[in-house]
Design a protein around this ligand. Structure first.
Ligand code: CDP
Length: 229
């Protein structure tokens, strides 16, 4: 898997803001904006699991076969360029962000062998002047020593409505009840798995965005980060 220079692996003096939370909580949008405002790098860790799901499907590897997924992940050449994601030079941004790959990601993400394989890949994103990382285990596993941790969430109905709107814009078709059922199934899988389940860290700021605009959520994360400095 291609990534910037592997040394040093975890330079702990470089600040990290770890934003974890359930599906469609808005953490991706908030994390990107916080990164932009601070001039920090951004890691969309979910994209890595999505890419593995896609590459496995193409290679004929079952999403349930953790060891083969880990072996496959070690061979993948992934490049993030702005909003674009390249796998072995091919722009896979659209398919990687599809609902099918979101489901695939949550299935491949249960395997500890794969999670271990992706650990260093994620830590290598910690570069000067800082990193904003979003996912499920940024604060609990990957960047345990993060300067600021945020658990960003919203009610499942609100999240389903947000995801439904995105799907209508993107794919012109969606059924709200199905979107809600998918989100609840993904929440249950992410929270109940044995490896790195989605949890709120004790030292994380709890941020429910059900009643917040994106700008308000961004501001609260920035305030939390400034407060920890
Ligand atoms: O966009 P959305 O929040 O729906 O999904 P995502 O952040 O792209 O993550 C897709 C799936 O990857 C999640 O449902 C998790 O199962 C898994 N994931 C994970 O296990 N650990 C991470 N750090 C990030 C994502």
């Amino acid at each position: 898997m291609s990534a910037p220079s592997p040394f040093p692996l975890t330079p702990s003096h470089i600040p990290v803001i770890a934003i974890d939370g359930p599906s469609a909580s808005g953490k991706g949008t908030v994390a990107q904006r916080v990164a932009r405002q601070l001039g920090f790098h951004y890691l969309d860790s979910g994209a890595l699991y999505r890419i593995v799901a896609l590459a496995a499907e193409r290679a004929g590897i079952e999403w349930g076969d953790g060891d083969s997924l880990a072996t496959l992940a070690a061979t993948l050449q992934i490049v993030f360029e702005g909003d674009d994601i390249f796998l072995h030079g091919e722009n896979v941004s659209t398919v990687v962000r599809s609902e099918a790959m979101g489901k695939g990601a949550s299935e491949v993400a249960v395997h500890q062998a794969l999670r271990s394989q992706l650990l260093n890949v994620q830590q290598i994103f910690r570069r000067e002047p800082g990193l904003v990382a979003d996912g499920r285990d940024m604060g609990s596993v990957v960047f345990k020593d993060a300067e600021a941790k945020v658990f960003l969430t919203a009610g499942s109905q609100v999240r389903a409505e947000r995801r439904y709107k995105q799907l209508i814009e993107k794919e012109n078709h969606a059924i709200l009840a199905h979107v809600l059922a998918d989100i609840e199934a993904r929440d249950a899988r992410d929270k109940s798995r044995a490896s790195a389940p989605l949890i709120q860290c004790d030292d994380a700021l709890f941020l429910d965005t059900s009643q917040l605009t994106i700008d308000e959520a961004v501001e609260k994360v920035l305030q939390h980060y400034r407060h920890t400095n």
